[in-house]
Design a protein around this ligand. Structure first.
Ligand code: BTN
Length: 268
């Protein structure tokens, strides 16, 4: 069974800690399934994986295209003590963990885009959707991770931004079980450290990986739009933006490179 094969790739510590692993051929969304399980009273560390998702969801209401066996679609259930403002930092730590695990598979040159996209040469390779759900017995985090493994041209065409996948980067397919186990090993270790020390031990590493560090960016958050120089993240994971009117700490929204209007008549 796939779950048994996955167990063989996990480190003994992680295998002992994750109490249940569910692997579906097809599901609406692993995050949705995680939320259903929490509502039904499942409050333990568990992992949900699917070969395909019919309604994979991304940040800001987007869809996550999830064709069969073309990506890694996984959600980790992680019970927590209470709602925490520190959760923002955890979503950045998750992105850093995915980056580290993918590097261990031989992918170099990965960058992060605030808050939690993993990019290769400017194209999106992985995304993270963190959700907090309350059940009868307490609160549980759902850490949803999607990694493109081998998208076909028709599926790529459905995505409205530059994307890449592991097979294009490495020139060969990856064993998804090995990749999932690698991600979990790094992630579980980092979540434990985050629970004790917060985001600050990860701040420097995150800033080293930031694709927009010291660059001019536009931030879009609902109807608000700001432009400034991105100065990386602070010790909580908030994005530091130097604007014409001073320093702003950004805790939500999306970052884009500033596109300057081309003056009329100028050569492009
Ligand atoms: C994003 O970058 O917008 C976040 C994408 C998160 C996708 C993953 S795939 C597994 C999990 N289940 C979902 O429906 N979404 C997340």
């Amino acid at each position: 069974m796939k779950t048994d094969e996955l167990q063989q790739h996990l480190s003994p510590e992680v295998a002992a800690e994750i109490q249940s692993v569910y692997w579906y051929d097809e599901i609406d969304s692993t995050n949705q399934e995680a939320i259903r399980k929490i509502r039904a009273g499942e409050l333990k560390k568990a992992l949900i994986i699917a070969d395909s998702q019919k309604q994979g969801s991304g940040r800001r209401g987007r869809k996550w295209i999830s064709p069969a066996a073309a990506g890694i679609y996984m959600s980790l259930l992680w019970p927590v003590q209470g709602p925490s403002a520190a959760l923002q930092g955890l979503s950045l730590v998750t992105a850093l963990s995915v980056k580290t695990a993918l590097q261990e598979l031989g992918i170099n040159g990965l960058k992060l885009k605030w808050p939690n996209d993993v990019l290769f040469e400017g194209s999106k390779l992985a995304g993270i959707l963190l959700e907090l759900q309350s059940g009868n017995w307490g609160l549980c985090l759902v850490i949803g991770i999607g990694v493109n493994a081998c998208l076909n041209p028709a599926d790529r065409a459905k995505i409205d931004r530059p994307v890449t996948d592991i097979a294009s980067i490495l020139g060969s397919d990856v064993d998804r079980k090995v990749a999932i186990a690698g991600i979990l090993d790094v992630l579980v270790k980092n979540v434990h450290r985050f629970e004790v020390e917060g985001f600050s031990p990860y701040q420097q590493e995150w800033n080293h990986s930031d694709c927009f560090y010291n660059k001019s960016v536009d931030i879009c958050h609902g109807k608000v739009q700001m432009t400034g120089k991105s100065e990386g993240v602070d010790e909580t994971g908030a994005l530091i933006l130097q604007t014409a009117s001073g320093r702003e700490l950004i805790t939500g929204g999306e970052v884009f490179p500033t596109v300057r209007a081309t003056p009329l008549g100028a050569a492009t």
